[in-house]
Design a protein around this ligand. Structure first.
Ligand SMILES: [Zn+2]
Length: 133
């Protein structure tokens, strides 16, 4: 049984009180024109996921509390949650430092957070005459 604490409202429960939402930090390919996305990039976005033995980063939803999504760092061997954090946040620095070199997550969080707009927002920022507004 998993013991989970909601990052948003603090509700506690087991896995039946929460909903697993798959791998965290899956980024849609950045482009203003979806036709420019390669087949490989679209395939990776839709289907390719990490499957580490050990520390993993996941999405969870608080079903019986606030209903909000949050991210969690969880060990897939011990099932223990190492940390929870907001969906727009990076994992805590001490958790990033714990990722071993053999884990496919190693190096994923080494770059500074990207602050570029979501592709749909970038698309909306183009005016009717095609010039950025
Ligand atoms: Zn909650």
């Amino acid at each position: 049984m998993l013991l989970i604490t909601c990052h948003v409202c603090g509700a506690q429960g087991d896995e039946t009180d929460f909903h697993y939402g798959g791998q965290a930090h899956v980024r849609r390919p950045a482009t203003a024109n979806p036709e420019d996305i390669s087949e490989a990039a679209q395939r990776d976005y839709m289907y390719t996921r990490l499957n580490p033995k050990g520390l993993h980063f996941e999405r969870w939803r608080c079903d019986r509390g606030c209903g909000k999504w949050f991210h969690a760092a969880r060990d897939t061997v011990t099932m223990a949650f190492a940390a929870t954090y907001g969906v727009t946040e990076r994992p805590p620095a001490h958790i990033i430092a714990m990722i071993p070199e053999t884990n496919p997550w190693h190096g994923v969080f080494t770059e500074a957070p990207v602050s570029e707009p979501h592709p749909e927002e970038a698309h909306r920022a183009v005016s009717k005459d095609g010039e950025p507004s």
